[in-house]
Structures are given as structure tokens and as C-alpha cells.
Design a protein around this ligand. Structure first.
Ligand code: PLP
Length: 361
């Protein structure tokens, strides 16, 4: 291995105490985590160690200035029970795009894949088998410079933790189109998975929930006219037999699920348009009975049907989920592909392998 790993196994696995039949999202963490340090552009001290607290300086610039990025991906078991990953190179690409925007170290693909493979291989017993469940993988990186002046730094910590999880949403999602808060603006960091993007959504989310909605449907910052995305999901509208999703204009995260769903929709011979879509267009389609489906797409939620869209004091109620064609078919196909239960026609699945075990043999 180009980046040698130090391995320290836990002496007290918590696996036996996990109730795999009742998993919520993001509450439990597996036995081990991966940690590495970047010093002046060089990745060193790669290690898999027992999951636990991470010591760092209170002067760390991540704490003060939010120089933190992350990713979200999942591991599944194939029908033989072997661990598999879904499109891990796409997350690597996006992580480095986020890193570049936040002036942080790039992660070499080999380090990314080695870290994921070794960690998931070691904790593969933590991958749940129940339908809808998986091992959520959270890679993240933050600046560790002990300096509270503001400057780009060359010291970072890269960590991966994993978490056995159940469904993110247990029922269709009610969203409200934002008419005063803004998630992302051209020239900003909307296309990056930067932590600050999410911190800034807590208050709008709280307000949306007080109004009886589950999530915010973000709109552009100039006019609050065009749809952007929903919470931590990209959005698709099916209008009169055409799938429309906002184009990647720099304010929207380039979702791995979004891309996968577009490829699936095209394979169903549905026309897919990546373009600006205004809330007026959605409202007009709804009034004419042409808004067939609306759903969010994301790693955590997979394909999440939207049941209601609040917009300018009115609420659009979408057709019952069981009557919709696309969100159901997409969800079923995507989940089957991710679990190796359907032919992998798009080459999305990667088998988890350990180089360390091979080296030991
Ligand atoms: C803001 C935002 N949009 C969209 C997505 C969906 O991206 P993906 O499908 O890669 O999980 C996410 C989740 O990562 C997100 O945080």
C-alpha cells in the first residue's frame, strides 16, 4: 500500500449490544474509525483505531472558521452477504471539489479507496441486512491549524466513521418553498459539501417544522423563484411525462443519487431535463393536473416521495405515493442495484476488499 496503515483493533466490540431490527438514522457508530493527518500536502499517520473522541486544539481553525467538509455514502451486503460500496469514486471526486473550494488538501484516490475498503472490511459485521438498512459512511476533513488568525492552512485531519442505519424518512415528506432564507448563491459554496452550508439551514428548518413541514425546498437567492434542492436531497419534478431537475449552476450539490436517478430514468425511456424550474411552473402544472410526481434524491434518503409542497401560502398536495410510477420504480431499482440484487448494468457496485488481509496471508 502506498499509504501504510497502522491498525489497532478494539478489545471490546459493541456489536453484541446493537438492536439491528430497530435502527434509526445516525445514532450508533461502528467499532472502528479511520484517521489520517495532512501536513503541508503530505498524508501521514494513516490508522484504523477504535471509534472514540478525537483530541484537537481549541484554537483549531475548523472550530472558529468552519473549514470542514464531509461526504455521505453507504455500504450494503450483496446476496451472499459480502460487503459492497455504491459509486465510491463519485464521492471521492466531490470530496476533492469541496476541498478545493475550501482551500483544503486533496485526498489521493488510492488513499480514499484504501481507507474505505479497510475500514468497511474490518467492521463488515456492522452492515445491517434488513431491507432499507445499510452502513452509512461519513468521511470528513477539518483544519487543525492552531492559529486563530484567518489564513489558509496546510494542516488537516481526515476521518471516516461509519454508522449502521435505518430509513431516513419513514413517511412521505412535506416541503415548503423558501421565500426569505437562502441556502446558496452563485459564487458561494452551494456545490460543496461544506459544513457551514448545513449549519445555516438549522433555523429555516426549525421554522419550516413549526409550520408543519418536514423540510425546506430551497429557492434561488435573487428572486426566490427557481427551485434548487430540498434539505439534503436533490429534487425531481415529473410534469406531463417529463422529468425535470434543476441544473448544476453552482448553487446545487451534484448528487450521486441525482446522477444515478437520471441514468435510470433515461433507461426507462423518460425524457430528462436539467434546467431552471420556477415554482410558478410547478404551481401551474399542479393546477392543470400535470404534476405527476415530485421526489427528493440522496444517499441518506434514497428516493423520498414528496407529499405536499407549500408555496406562497398555498399547499400543493401530490397524488398518493402508491399511485405514482416513478418514485416507486426508482426506489425499488436503486435499492436492488445497491444490494447486488439486480444486474449492475451501469457498473456502480464495488466489492469491498482488504489489501491488508492479503498482505498478511
Ligand atoms: C445539500 C444536498 N443536496 C443533495 C444531496 C444528495 O447527494 P447524494 O445523492 O450524493 O447523497 C445531499 C446529500 O449528500 C446534500 O447534502
Amino acid at each position: 500500500m502506498k499509504y501504510p496503515f497502522h491498525i489497532e483493533r478494539t478489545e471490546t466490540s459493541r456489536l453484541g449490544s446493537v438492536d439491528f431490527k430497530n435502527l434509526a438514522f445516525g445514532k450508533l457508530y461502528s467499532d472502528h474509525m479511520f484517521v489520517a493527518e495532512s501536513k503541508k500536502g503530505r498524508w501521514t499517520d494513516c490508522r484504523i483505531i477504535p471509534y472514540g473522541n478525537v483530541p484537537f486544539s481549541p484554537a483549531s481553525s475548523a472550530l472558529h472558521y468552519g473549514q470542514i467538509i464531509f461526504e455521505g455514502m453507504k455500504a450494503y451486503r450483496d446476496p451472499e452477504g459480502k460487503p459492497i460500496l455504491f459509486r465510491p469514486e463519485q464521492n471521492h471526486k466531490r470530496f476533492n471539489i469541496s476541498a478545493e473550494r475550501m482551500a483544503m488538501s486533496q485526498i489521493p484516490l488510492e488513499l480514499w479507496l484504501d481507507a474505505l475498503n479497510e475500514l468497511v472490511y474490518m467492521d463488515q459485521e456492522w452492515i445491517p441486512e434488513n431491507p432499507g438498512c445499510s452502513l452509512y459512511i461519513r468521511p470528513f476533513m477539518f483544519a487543525t491549524d492552531r492559529f486563530i488568525g484567518i489564513r489558509p492552512t496546510e494542516f488537516f485531519k481526515f476521518i471516516i466513521i461509519t454508522s449502521p442505519t435505518g430509513n431516513y424518512y419513514t413517511k412521505p415528506v412535506k416541503v415548503i418553498a423558501s421565500d426569505h432564507f437562502v441556502r446558496a448563491f452563485p459564487g458561494g459554496v452551494g456545490f460543496a459539501k461544506a459544513a457551514g452550508n448545513y449549519g445555516a439551514t438549522m433555523l429555516p428548518l426549525k421554522e419550516a417544522q413549526l409550520k408543519g413541514f418536514d423540510q425546506v425546498l430551497w429557492t434561488d437567492g435573487n428572486e426566490h423563484k427557481y427551485a434548487q434542492e430540498i434539505g439534503t436531497m436533490n429534487v425531481f419534478f415529473i410534469i406531463d411525462g417529463i422529468a425535470i431537475t434543476p441544473d448544476l449552476d453552482g448553487t446545487i450539490l451534484d448528487g450521486v443519487t441525482r446522477d444515478s436517478v437520471m441514468q435510470l430514468l433515461k433507461s426507462y425511456k423518460l425524457k430528462v431535463e436539467e434546467r431552471k424550474i420556477s415554482m410558478e411552473e410547478v404551481q401551474t402544472a399542479y393546477e392543470k393536473g400535470l404534476l405527476e410526481d415530485t421526489f427528493g434524491t440522496g444517499t441518506a434518503a434514497s428516493v423520498a416521495p414528496i407529499s405536499h409542497i407549500g408555496y406562497r401560502g398555498k399547499v400543493m398536495e401530490l397524488p398518493p405515493v402508491e399511485k405514482r410510477i416513478y418514485c416507486n420504480r426508482l426506489k425499488a431499482d436503486l435499492e436492488a442495484i445497491k444490494r447486488g440484487q439486480m444486474p449492475d448494468l451501469f457498473n456502480w457496485i464495488v466489492k469491498v476488499k482488504s489489501k491488508l488481509i492479503l498482505e498478511e496471508v
